[in-house]
Design a binder for this molecule. Structure first.
Ligand SMILES: [Zn+2]
Length: 328
């Protein structure tokens, strides 16, 4: 039997994953690297790792799907200058097709993830869905009436830059103020929480293990959630009623714009803290919604959701992406 295999690549701000899978979304071999280790010449790194690890099966590989943090130039198949990554202007499609002679697709990582949900995940039975990643940054992919949204430059999904606080002083890495990502992304949660501890909650900090950790310096998102899980009242209050409320405002804005039947949340922050992320969103969202409340839950494809999306690009290329290439 002829096997139709796919190489999937997930280039994230922190980790890069490369796998060998098939059209059904099965992953046979997977290698995980630190993106910093794979940079700055990340395409050269991917080519050498694929040659090293998958040479035994390359004759059966019919496509390569690459899902990457943005911004991307979809027309040229290039990753531009991601604010959270150590590389610039990476010509992915030209170089991979040149190296292997295999059709290669490139798309934003969260857009790939929503495609994975549609092809392999909980989104299979819905025509309208949104996938939102809460990770180093905040991103999304959206499908409306079974169409994967692309946009004029391939950026129809940049929900991390929705303004959730117009009077906010928190500045996003993109340069804008009050953006969702400036408060609730993995990079920015510690900055936001330190500001709250210094200002709004300064009088409530006595006895708080989170505050004691803050005094020692070096709060991280992981540490903040850890104290909430351990039951520190201040940490819980901040996670549920500050970060959680802003996440609810962000998710509500996505629902109000795109009217999905289901919103799937993923990314390391969600996957590591499912209840502390999902429950506050569900609890706070009604006050921000105008459209009917959708199902809000976490992805069941776990940390492989983006890789599976990269595979799904090859297995079932989205019609809107094909049309986008045709027009370009
Ligand atoms: Zn921004």
């Amino acid at each position: 039997m002829v096997r139709e295999l796919v190489i999937g690549v997930d280039i994230g701000a922190t980790k890069t994953r490369i796998c060998l899978g098939d059209f059904d979304g099965n992953i046979y071999e997977k290698y995980v690297y630190l993106t910093s280790q794979a940079s700055p010449n990340i395409v050269k790194f991917i080519i050498s790792e694929v040659e090293k690890n998958f040479s035994h099966s390359m004759k059966d590989v019919v496509g390569i799907g690459v899902a990457s943090i943005g911004p991307l130039d979809l027309r040229r198949g290039t990753i531009l200058s991601p604010p959270n990554a150590p590389f610039r202007n990476v010509e992915v499609v030209t170089n991979l097709e040149g190296a292997f002679g295999i059709k290669t697709f490139l798309i934003n990582d969260a857009v790939a993830a929503v495609w994975a949900e549609k092809v392999y995940g909980l989104g299979r039975i819905y025509r309208n869905l949104a996938y939102i990643t809460l990770s180093t940054g905040i991103g999304a992919g959206v499908i409306v009436d079974d169409n994967l949204l692309i946009g004029k430059d391939g950026n129809a999904h940049e929900v991390g830059h929705i303004v959730i606080d117009s009077s906010g002083e928190m500045r996003c890495r993109c340069g804008g103020y009050g953006h969702w990502e400036a408060y609730c992304s993995g990079i920015n949660i510690p900055i936001f929480v330190e500001k709250l501890l210094r200002e709004k909650y300064a009088s409530e900090s006595r006895g708080s293990s989170l505050f004691n950790e803050h005094c020692k310096g070096g709060l991280t998102t992981e540490v903040i959630f850890k104290h909430a899980k351990l039951g520190d009242k201040l940490a819980l209050k901040i996670i549920e009623d500050e970060v959680g409320k802003l996440n609810a405002a962000g998710v509500a804005s996505v629902v109000n714009c795109y009217d999905p039947e289901i919103v799937l949340l993923g990314g390391a922050i969600t996957l590591n803290n499912k209840e502390l992320v999902i429950n506050p969103i569900v609890r706070h969202i009604d006050r921000y919604l105008t459209n009917r409340k959708p199902i809000i839950t976490s992805t069941d494809l776990g940390e492989d959701v983006v890789l599976k999306g990269a595979i799904a690009l090859v297995a079932q290329p989205p019609q809107t992406l094909i049309e986008y290439y045709r027009r370009s």
